[in-house]
Design a binder for this molecule. Structure first.
Ligand code: DGL
Length: 258
């Protein structure tokens, strides 16, 4: 089935993190309809094998395309690294847009300084990330830290609880006062930006891929002749592999907070 201008934009992540990207997408394209799927039952993806991540991503994208999605946004750095190319091959008529750690703008802003990249184990272990790091390593020192357990903790909400700061201290505390810029290389992390600043220093600058992804989505839809024509405000619906009211309520609250 060829995608239509009237279709919706499917957005997915391993859980609630991609809601931070969804916010940027809705701000950029307020008249489009969005359908968000969080695979919270399988979060975090960063602790699965690449084969599993590929299969889970393919199943989600297949369902979205069968329901009439005109574009897919992989609002997850981990799933983008693993599955973006396969999804593009599988759905050649549907624009597939991914996110990647915003190393470029961070390296440009912190020229000659030090950039801390926070991401999942899988994102930071793959060749795609290593190439990105190599490209900018001449401009600044880049330190990559796999933040094991952080996405999982963010899934539980209640982000002002003291254990969030304790976890961040453990993961990145050694870099307090020693970095100029921080790349939030997992779409869950913008939800703890304030807490990260508390640990690393209030003057660090943060970079995430949300706004760039939104601009890229607009360009791709426009090029494919798929930008919607409606002038009313579009709809935003949430679904999760943990299909409870509490879970959907959590997505909505994170969306309102983003
Ligand atoms: N939001 C995903 C990402 O951007 C979270 C990682 C995970 O599920 O481990 O990488």
């Amino acid at each position: 089935m060829m995608p239509s201008r009237d279709g919706f934009i499917g957005v997915f992540d391993s859980g609630v993190g991609g809601v931070s990207v969804l916010r940027a997408l809705v701000d950029e394209l307020p008249n489009e309809d969005f359908s968000y799927f969080g695979d919270s039952a399988n979060a975090p993806y960063g602790e699965h094998s690449t084969d599993e991540i590929l299969e889970m991503s393919r199943a989600i994208a297949r369902r979205m395309v069968d329901r009439g999605a005109k574009a897919i946004v992989i609002a997850c750095n981990t799933a983008t690294s693993v599955a973006a190319e396969s999804l593009r091959a599988e759905f050649p008529d549907v624009p597939v847009i991914g996110v990647e750690p915003a190393v470029k703008p961070a390296a440009e802003a912190a020229e000659g300084g030090r950039v801390l990249v926070m991401g999942s184990e899988v994102t930071l272990a793959l060749e795609k990330y290593h190439r990105l790091e190599e490209e900018y390593a001449k401009r600044c020192e880049i330190v990559a830290v796999a933040c094991v357990g952080l996405a999982k903790r963010i899934e539980r909400g209640n982000l002002d609880a003291p254990d969030v700061i304790e976890l961040l201290e453990k993961l990145v505390g050694e870099w307090a006062g020693k970095v100029d810029a921080v790349v939030l290389g997992c779409t869950h992390y913008p939800f703890v930006r304030r807490q990260i600043a508390k640990v690393l220093g209030e003057d660090v600058r943060f970079f995430d891929g949300g706004a760039g992804t939104a601009r890229q989505l607009r360009r791709r839809l426009s090029k494919a002749g798929l930008l919607g024509t409606q002038t009313r405000r579009g709809s935003v619906e949430f679904a999760s592999s943990i299909d409870t009211d509490e879970q959907l309520d959590l997505y909505q609250r994170f969306f309102d907070m983003a």
